[in-house]
Design a protein around this ligand. Structure first.
Ligand code: GLA
Length: 381
């Protein structure tokens, strides 16, 4: 049993005085490319991290739900709630229960204990990992007939409407639908997916993830502001979402927008969607190294047009490229968080060391780096 599985099971027994009925795990994610495109009905290409959240779950004797974690061993208990009634981290769990009911499924009353190795607040979807582990557990435990393709939207509704974060469907889709050794090509309008082979080790390549450890600032407000600008642009252009603007149609769209901020936001989304499609085409053709320039172009677009990077992530990208990375970009919502770099496996350590040295030079908090291999999606252990 892995360390976090054992710890989740121990936390369960300590809180509830019995063994859990089972253990369910769901991963965090990195998004290879396609940032802020999800709520524009566009394309994303995440893969699941090996780091996971484990939910130890068993039936509840009294019809209520209880949840605790290794960080918060005192259980939070709730019954049927409406958004706003459970706050703090328990809201993610109460939100999943609420969203299942709202979707017409009756989750079984359950006791839950959580442990996680997904770094919190680092843009690696620790919240989606929590939602997805609990959702999968409740579906299995209750024998609920919820098709896999419906599950991400249920977890997303928990986050949007119960927790109150206006996010898209990227994170929950990645945590639930990713497969080991694959990147998940997702059309966020149709929810159609394609599992793209992503075995970098066979090419002596690696994705180095560099957690900038930069303090997340203004994340919620800025995220909402970006989303609003995109919706405003789509309304002015008379399209359902910016997904409907093609790269060929971009010059005309930019003329019609006028406002400089809306022009920049739109340019990012339209070019980013195309970069996802181009990345997928290269991966399908086995031309992995060639995705590097697309990753870097994505970063430049996030830095200059979407304006969601901070000095720490820009320095990590520049340093990784100077150390020989084929490409590098921030991954996730922005304003801190993680950078990913496509590197020769043999150079991963020295690239990480170069970034650490660059951070020390600038007086930044030290980064944390590791090679990420695409892991499995949510599952019963
Ligand atoms: C956060 C959100 C996702 C997505 C990304 C940016 O992770 O939760 O829905 O919008 O930011 O790509």
């Amino acid at each position: 049993m892995s360390d976090i599985s054992a710890k989740a099971a121990e936390a369960f027994t300590a809180a509830y005085g019995e063994e859990p009925a089972g253990l369910w795990a769901a991963p965090g994610r990195v998004n290879l490319i396609g940032e802020h495109t999800d709520y524009n009905d566009g394309f994303v290409l995440p893969f699941a991290l090996p780091q996971r959240t484990v939910a130890a779950v068993g039936p509840s004797p009294d019809g209520t739900f209880s949840v605790c974690s290794t960080l918060a061993p005192e259980p939070v208990t709730f019954g049927a709630t409406e958004p706003g009634e459970v706050t703090g981290w328990g809201a993610y769990v109460a939100g999943v229960v609420w969203a299942l009911r709202e979707a017409g499924f009756e989750p079984p009353a359950a006791r839950i204990a959580i442990d996680s190795e997904v770094p919190l607040g680092s843009g690696l979807s620790s919240s989606a990992a929590l939602e997805s582990s609990v959702l999968t557990a409740l579906i299995d435990l209750g024998g609920l007939d919820v098709p896999l393709e419906r599950r991400p939207a249920i977890a997303q509704r928990a986050e949007n409407l119960y927790v109150g974060a206006p996010t898209g469907i990227l994170d929950q889709s990645a945590s639930i639908r990713c497969e080991a050794g694959k990147a998940l090509f997702l059309d966020c309008r149709s929810y159609e997916i394609e599992q793209i082979p992503f075995d970098l080790a066979a090419e002596d390549l690696a994705i180095l993830v560099i957690n900038s450890n930069a303090p997340h600032q203004h994340v919620d407000g800025e995220y909402g502001a970006r989303r609003k600008s995109c919706e405003e642009s789509a309304a002015i252009l008379g399209v359902a979402a910016l997904r409907d603007v093609s790269v060929d149609g971009l010059p005309d769209a930019l003329d019609r927008l006028g406002d400089e901020v809306l022009r920049k936001r739109t340019r990012h989304i339209v070019t980013e969607n195309q970069r996802v499609l181009d990345t997928v085409a290269l991966l399908r053709a086995g031309r992995v190294r060639e995705i590097g320039p697309l990753l870097t172009a994505s970063h430049v677009s996030m830095r200059d047009d979407f304006e969601i990077t901070v000095a720490q992530v820009d320095v990590a990208v520049e340093t990784a490229l100077a150390a020989g990375a084929y490409g590098a970009r921030m991954t996730g919502g922005g304003f801190g968080g993680c950078v990913l770099a496509l590197v020769d496996t043999a150079r991963a350590d020295e690239t990480a060391a170069a970034v650490t040295a660059a951070y020390a030079d600038r007086g930044f908090t030290a980064p944390t780096s590791w090679v990420a291999v695409a892991g499995p999606g949510a599952t019963k252990l």
